[in-house]
Design a protein around this ligand. Structure first.
Ligand SMILES: [Zn+2]
Length: 143
């Protein structure tokens, strides 16, 4: 049942010659159809959806979207702008992420180098301790 809900088509009414939304039930409903009027039902057949379009909730919804058409246009424009901004943000964040990844790789390389030097120094110290203090060679002068 949940699989049916995820693949069900979302119903959209048609627009008539006067620019008003009108119901136009799809001829072929293969995987069920959902209605944006607020109904949670997934209609599995054309007759069941056709019956739904006569329900009070659906009729009132169709009336409401016809009355609010200009608002929907404004909302559409606003959402389109928002999507454009969010796409830019995603690109910007992706670029920043790539910069950080590159810096991280460089830091990892530095850390690996330091670790190798420390291991080398540790091995020299161990060697020195095992050979006794008199055998310490001042190979690395830091002063
Ligand atoms: Zn509906």
């Amino acid at each position: 049942m949940s699989e049916l809900a995820t693949i069900a088509e979302l119903y959209t009414p048609s627009v008539n010659n006067e620019g008003r939304y009108i119901d136009s039930v799809p001829v072929n409903i293969q995987h069920g159809i959902r209605c944006p009027c607020g109904s949670n039902t997934v209609f599995k057949s054309r007759p069941s959806f056709t019956t739904h379009t006569t329900s009070r909730r659906h009729v009132e919804w169709l009336e409401r979207i016809n009355n609010d058409q200009r608002n929907y246009l404004a909302e559409n424009i606003r959402l389109t702008e928002q999507i454009t901004q969010q796409r830019r943000l995603v690109v910007s964040l992706s670029n920043q992420l790539e910069v950080v990844r590159t810096e991280l790789r460089a830091e990892q390389t530095r850390a690996d180098t330091i670790k190798a030097e420390l291991d080398d120094t540790k091995n020299k110290l161990i060697q020195c301790l095992m050979n006794g203090p008199n055998n310490y060679t001042k190979g690395n002068k830091h002063d």
